[in-house]
Design a protein around this ligand. Structure first.
Ligand SMILES: [Zn+2]
Length: 55
C-alpha cells in the first residue's frame, strides 16, 4: 500500500502485511513506525532519541 510520510510528505511504500510497531525506513532518512488507529494504518516518525534498543 502507499501511505504518506508525515515528515516529508512523499509517498511511502508499506508492505501489505505490515503490522503495528513495524518500522519502515523512508528515503528522507527518517524511520517510520506503523500504527493502527481506528482500523486505519498510519505512519508516525519513530524517535529513537539515542535509546538503546539492543540491536
Ligand atoms: Zn519521508
Amino acid at each position: 500500500m502507499q501511505l504518506k510520510c508525515p515528515v516529508c510528505g512523499l509517498p511511502v511504500s508499506v508492505p501489505d502485511d505490515a503490522v503495528p510497531g513495524e518500522l519502515v525506513d523512508h528515503e528522507c532518512g527518517v524511520a517510520l513506525e506503523v500504527i493502527v488507529d481506528g482500523g486505519r494504518i498510519l505512519l508516525k516518525p519513530f524517535e529513537s532519541a539515542g535509546e538503546d534498543w539492543g540491536e
